[in-house]
Design a protein around this ligand. Structure first.
Ligand code: IMP
Ligand code: MG
Length: 185
């Protein structure tokens, strides 16, 4: 039986079918845009794991995948933009068509740092595909070529997204109960 809700979720924003349909569309769009090219996907651990696994299977392209892990200092619901690389890429990206796969862009601080670091390695192209974005929370402008869904400013969990490292396995994206989010700040 498919898990469709959880006691710590206040509201379901995107159910599993809605996510799957949009991931398929994104896959088709990326396939068209990169036709005839070799794509290098960079997944940002851990939140983007589910998204990248599903998205890759919708790509009718020759592609490679690698992962980075970064930690962003801050509270459990707000990042500070001070970022540390915990795991770097195994491969070089110089001269490659790189697509960074992110779970969510909130303030944009984490991704902005990551893009600066990757750009310095001189890829042929560098674009971003984020499953979710919260435009109302943005502190820094990010050029994101592919966006799954624009969502409100609430803290969300599921489909890879965590709160205190939990809830990543929920197959949907839902808003974390306000009392739980408030208790963490
Ligand atoms: P930013 O630096 O504020 O854009 O934060 C980006 C990172 O914070 C994301 O990659 C997530 O790991 C995490 N994050 C931001 N908003 C949420 C949320 O609503 N739920 C879970 N994680 C989030
Ligand atoms: Mg996180």
């Amino acid at each position: 039986m498919q898990v469709t809700t959880h006691a710590d979720v206040q509201e379901i924003l995107l159910d599993a079918d809605t996510i799957a349909r949009r991931v398929k569309e994104l896959g088709q769009e990326i396939t068209r845009d990169y036709a005839g090219r070799e794509l290098f996907l960079v997944g940002v651990l851990k939140g983007a794991v589910f998204f990248i696994a599903d998205l890759m299977r919708e790509l009718d392209l020759s592609c490679e995948v690698d992962f980075m892990a970064i930690s962003s200092y801050g509270s459990s619901t707000d990042s500070s933009g001070v970022v540390r690389i915990l795991k770097d890429l195994n491969e070089t990206i110089e001269g490659r068509d790189v697509l960074v796969i992110e779970d969510i862009i909130d303030s944009g601080l984490t991704l902005s740092y990551l893009l600066r670091t990757l750009r310095a390695r001189q890829p042929l192209s560098l674009e971003v595909c984020a499953l979710l974005t919260k435009p109302a929370r943005r502190k820094i402008d990010i050029d994101c070529r592919y966006v799954g869904f624009e969502i409100p400013a609430d803290f969300v969990i599921g489909y890879g997204l965590d709160f205190g490292q939990r809830y990543r396995n929920l197959p949907f994206v839902g808003v974390l109960r306000e009392d739980l989010a408030a208790a963490a700040i």
